[in-house]
Design a protein around this ligand. Structure first.
Ligand SMILES: [Fe+2]
Length: 171
């Protein structure tokens, strides 16, 4: 205990700054952290810490994806919203594509940021692998498939608008 607060040490990496164990208690009560780890930061401005959402080990999410309370989303997709509702204003979410899962054809009314965390996500432009950040600008549209399955962090400036599938050109 430091300053009356519980400082936890991660059993995996033995670091007190690692939020791995705290993450377990954050889900599903996000976005407010139930406790703040007090870290001595004499080199920073003397202001108090504050409750916030902090995810760690995101590039290893495949290892702990079962801990996330996924909700059904589109066909073959599951979602865990970090904030926002996807209906108005900005939103961010983890999205898990099952095998052959697909985000239907949609238009971006604001910037769409997609960070691939695990697996491969494919659209009309590319097949993106883990560590790839995609920023789709407003006014663009596409559909997305997860092929063998993938997990992405999706951050939206504005809600997307789902559209009718464009007709395929006949031969
Ligand atoms: Fe999109």
């Amino acid at each position: 205990m430091i300053g009356g607060r519980d400082v936890r040490t991660c059993k995996r990496c033995a670091a007190s700054r690692c939020r791995y164990e705290i993450r377990l208690s954050v889900f599903p009560s996000m976005p407010i952290l139930p406790s703040i780890v007090e870290i001595k930061t004499p080199d920073l401005d003397p202001v108090p810490g504050f409750p916030r959402l902090e995810l760690s080990n995101l590039f290893n999410v495949a290892e702990w994806q079962h801990e996330i309370p996924w909700q059904p989303f589109k066909d073959g997709l599951e979602i865990y919203r970090l904030y926002g509702d996807g209906q108005s204003g900005p939103t961010a979410a983890l999205i898990r594509f099952k095998k052959a899962g697909k985000v239907p054809f949609h238009a971006h009314t604001g910037f769409e940021h997609i960070l691939i965390l695990a697996g491969v996500q494919r659209d009309q432009n590319s097949a993106a692998t883990p560590g790839t950040l995609i920023i789709n600008p407003p006014g663009t549209a596409h559909s997305v498939v997860g092929d063998a399955g993938c997990i992405v962090l999706a951050i939206y400036e504005k809600p997307v608008e789902f559209l009718a599938e464009p007709e395929k050109a006949s031969d």
